[in-house]
Ligand binder design. Structure first.
Ligand code: SAM
Length: 295
């Protein structure tokens, strides 16, 4: 029962898994028992009244829709993968964003979904299967061990990097964030945040080093500057040397990064109170023609 806590004022967001069902059909089915609206920003995202319990709804249990918050859905949309692309989801489990990417790619192309933790690999495999995302290749590996020079990754055009973080921006409505590593006070003591930030920075630099990558979306569900703007600030010189710049995901979204880094207006934040979840997104892009030859 201690895991049944959720903020009843928070709208219930549902992402339609377009690999299995179209938005109109999902609206019709969910609308039989609930008031349903389309989100004004994210295609395929539906908004239901706060407190709507869909955990055992047949559309949820058969993977036609996923209960996924708005901010979480922004990440794959910001990444903007196209059908037929090769993509890496660097820190993928439980796979909500992986299967969203798969849906945006209409199941065409390839997604390498990399996950370090063995138990979470099983959850990732389950999510991909449930979603019918047949173009997902699950890889039980440390993302930092993937060799950017390996021919296997020579055509990867986009990387989604949603690394382990303090989880400090997320309301305790998910089992994930009630695990001990996510529950320490404001999201973790200083040394834990420093360690997380060191990994986040390393993983982001690694993502930017893949030779054909044009788009890297970095995200956290943390409110801490050290895991967000500071990570971006520390990689900017390397990113620039690889030909990357910051792009602006969802320009219509008012809440941007803290003004502690050049280009903070490109960064996206959501607020844990106002938006009901604290998330952060940075989008790095470069034109294929600007990829350095000396790579
Ligand atoms: N993107 C996922 C989603 O939306 O469902 C959530 C990802 S969660 C925030 C971070 C994941 O990264 C965890 O499952 C963790 O085990 C994994 N991870 C941490 N370090 C990693 C590494 N070096 N290589 C690959 N995965 C890693």
């Amino acid at each position: 029962a201690q895991y049944q806590i959720y903020d009843v004022k928070k709208p219930r967001y549902v992402r339609v898994n377009t690999l299995k069902m179209d938005v109109e059909t999902a609206m019709f089915e969910l609308g039989k028992e609930n008031a349903v609206q389309k989100d004004d920003m994210i295609p395929d995202l539906l908004v239901l009244p706060p407190g709507t319990d869909l955990h055992n709804h047949p559309l949820v249990t058969d993977g036609s829709v996923f209960m996924q918050g708005k901010a979480s859905c922004m990440v794959a949309v910001a990444l903007g993968p196209k059908p037929g692309w090769e993509v890496i989801d660097a820190c993928a489990a439980p796979g909500n964003k992986t299967v969203h990417v798969a849906a945006l790619m209409k199941g065409e192309g390839k997604i390498v979904a990399c996950e370090l933790n063995k138990d979470r690999v099983k959850r990732l495999e389950h999510t991909a299967k449930l979603a019918g995302a047949t173009n997902v290749e699950v890889l039980h590996e440390d993302f930092l061990n993937l060799n950017p020079k390996d021919q296997l990754y020579s055509k990867v055009r986009a990387i989604l990097l949603d690394p382990s973080c303090s989880g400090s921006g997320t309301v305790a409505d998910r089992l994930d964030y009630l695990l001990p590593s996510h529950t320490s006070g404001d999201g973790g003591d200083e040394s834990r945040l420093v360690k997380l930030a060191a990994f986040q920075k390393k993983a982001l630099i690694h993502a930017l080093s893949f030779p054909s990558v044009e788009r890297v979306a970095y995200s956290t569900c943390s409110v801490h500057q050290i895991e967000n703007e500071d990570v971006v600030k520390s990689v900017l010189p390397v990113a620039a040397s690889y030909g990357f710049q910051l792009s602006t995901p969802f320009p219509q979204w008012a809440r941007r990064g803290l003004p502690v880094v050049e280009g903070s207006q490109h960064l996206l934040r959501t607020d844990p109170v106002e938006d009901k979840e604290g998330f952060f997104i940075a989008l790095f892009t470069r034109n294929a023609t600007h990829i350095p030859e000396t790579f």
